[in-house]
Write a protein that binds this ligand. Structure first.
Ligand code: MTE
Ligand code: MO
Length: 559
């Protein structure tokens, strides 16, 4: 049989296999592992640029210097026809006019022209700002001075493509050359230590997933192996001076110390899974249409026993009444910020916050230890059954409000749309923020490409659903979904509607008689509301690549 093209193989991967020839297996494996399923301890870092970088850049830039839609759009149109080599602004052009810092500082408005410096290059970005008035709001913060610190903060956004666009605006050099250029302090100088076992998807900010084979080792993930999803540097918080501020409608403005929280309220513990909305995102990429975001495999999910006090108790102590008409949402603000004073923020519906069976916690302990810095020390919100992004870490302020959080992450991210909606026609206000997430499952072992015996194969994985819908069943197949078996479930005991924790599962399946070569393993879970997973990822494709919950498929090689 002739070898098929990558596109044909991708289709094969989506449809189920059975017919791939052994010679095609390496290509199939590569496809399955594309978008960087990391192999080594430092594998899969944000350093991958080629395909991922081009897809990611617009979105990254949007946050980086707020060039937003503008520069983003340019990069989108450049996608696919990306020049092999970009004109990098790394080495500002020589032979251009020299300006001193004072001269640059005079260029901060439309009238004077808007200049910025990067290293020892001087750039006139007036045209860019003019063409993208909405998007350039935050670029204006750097007007008349260096943008170096922005890129120190968002290092993953400092890509060749972005520098290439900047290069087009260069008008001169800083007088004094490199010596005169600012040396930005590293905002990531105070990050906690992390285990090399974590699979790093971006270093600064830290985004790393738990290795597959460790996910299923225990119902509760050890703290230092719990996935980490940070948008900003980890803040340094002094627990002695820390105060949780509560304000807004229907409450008295109060400030609580850690001591207050630990001594004045009843303690409460829950076992809850957190999952990033982007978990399994890279499967959308392998479905043929790239999405923007960190290229998570299935390891941005973990489970812990969280201990703290109920948010409901704290809000009631601040005077919030049940059914207070002025309050529809409870907003949270983190203490992590950037130099533009963006704070990480999110909100949940007041009904979830006040529901005695909603189990929303202000947690100070994780698996019996003080919260680690990466996970929100000294206090974080844990909203069980809801997308990880609403469980705000390092929470500094809680606001009772008629409105949702105004943060970027509540309004213009972490939402899903139909496959017809893309970056050129998205109306973020038309979709609700993701709260509860859909039922999902994952085969953690064996890994794609593993060689297995021809008699039987043992599968291990996890399954989880949002809204506290416990997992009642995981169906598994060793023939691409033609015939099915039941996996054995392992769960912590939880009440119906409060099944916040995942189920781990295991199954040993017969290999179809006489089968040699590629074999497709499949799993799908059902939750206690009898929700189950869609068969493939293509019909649930969405521009941000969230909520990927199609049947999970792994291709192994029968010896
Ligand atoms: N303050 C703050 N809270 C945050 C974040 C953040 O960057 N800053 N990331 C959110 C996201 S997107 C997720 S998925 C979870 C991840 O929690 P973890 O890092 O403890 O796994 O934290 C959420 N809370
Ligand atoms: Mo997330």
């Amino acid at each position: 049989m002739a070898l098929r093209s990558g596109r044909a193989l991708a289709r094969l991967l989506r449809q189920g296999l059975g017919t791939a020839s052994p010679a095609e297996l390496p290509a199939l494996r590569q496809l399955q592992q594309r978008a960087g399923v990391a192999t080594g301890p430092f594998g899969g870092t944000g350093a991958r640029t080629a395909a991922g970088g081009a897809a990611r850049a617009p979105w990254l830039v949007a946050v980086a210097v707020g060039l937003s839609a503008g520069l983003g759009a340019q990069l989108v149109s450049a996608r696919g026809s990306e020049p092999a080599e970009c004109k990098a602004a790394d080495k500002p052009k020589a032979g251009l006019k020299e300006y001193d810092k004072e001269e640059v500082a005079k260029h901060r408005t439309k009238e004077t022209g808007i200049w910025v410096t990067y290293k020892d290059g001087v750039y006139d970005v007036s045209k860019f700002v003019e063409q993208h008035p909405g998007g350039a709001a935050r670029l204006m913060l750097a007007a008349g001075g260096p943008i170096d610190s922005f890129w120190a903060m968002y290092q993953q956004h400092n890509t060749a493509q972005v520098r290439g666009i900047l290069a087009e605006y260069q008008i001169g050099r800083l007088k004094g050359g490199a010596a005169a250029a600012p040396k930005p302090a590293d905002p990531y100088a105070h990050e906690p230590e992390r285990l090399p076992a974590l699979i790093v998807r971006s270093q600064k900010p830290m985004n790393s997933e738990t290795p597959m084979e460790l996910l299923t080792a225990a119902l509760v993930t050890p703290n230092d192996l719990f996935y980490v999803r940070n948008h900003l540097p980890v803040p340094v918080v002094n627990p002695d001076t820390y105060r949780l501020k509560i304000e807004g409608e229907g409450v008295r403005a109060v400030e609580l110390s850690l001591e207050d929280l630990k001594t004045k309220f009843k303690r409460h513990s829950i076992t809850a899974t957190l999952q990033c909305t982007g978990n399994r995102r890279q499967e959308y990429n392998t479905s043929g249409r790239p999405v923007k975001g960190l290229e998570w495999d299935g390891g941005s999910i973990s489970t812990a026993v969280w201990t703290g006090v109920r948010l409901r108790d704290v809000l009631r102590a601040a005077g919030l009444e049940e059914d207070e008409p002025l309050v529809q949402h409870i907003q949270f603000e983190g203490l992590d910020t950037d130099m533009a004073e963006t704070v990480y923020g999110a909100s949940i519906e007041v009904d979830k916050a006040m529901d005695p069976a909603g189990d929303v916690l202000l947690a100070f302990e994780m698996n019996g230890q003080a919260l680690p810095r990466d996970h929100g020390y000294p206090l974080r919100v844990v909203v069980p059954g809801v997308a990880g992004c609403r469980s705000v870490k390092w929470v500094g302020k809680i606001i009772a409000s008629a409105e949702e959080s105004t943060s970027f992450w509540q309004q213009k991210d972490y939402k899903s749309f139909g496959p017809n909606v893309d970056w050129d026609n998205v109306d973020w206000s038309s979709a609700p923020a993701i709260q509860a997430m859909p039922v999902t499952s994952q085969i953690c072992e064996p890994a794609a490409g593993t060689q297995v015996d021809d008699d039987e194969v043992t599968l291990k994985g996890y399954a989880w659903s949002g809204s506290g819908q416990g997992i009642i069943r995981v169906d598994v197949s060793a023939d691409g979904g033609k015939t099915w078996h039941q996996a054995e479930l392992k769960k912590v005991p939880q009440k119906r509607g409060r099944g916040w924790a995942w189920a781990l599962w295991e199954a040993t399946l017969p290999v179809p008689k006489g089968h040699k070569g590629p074999l497709e393993l499949v799993c799908k879970a059902t939750d206690e509301s009898y929700n189950t997973q869609p068969e493939s990822a293509a019909p649930i494709w969405n521009l941000r690549g969230v909520n990927c919950n199609s049947w999970h498929r792994v291709l192994v090689d029968v010896q």
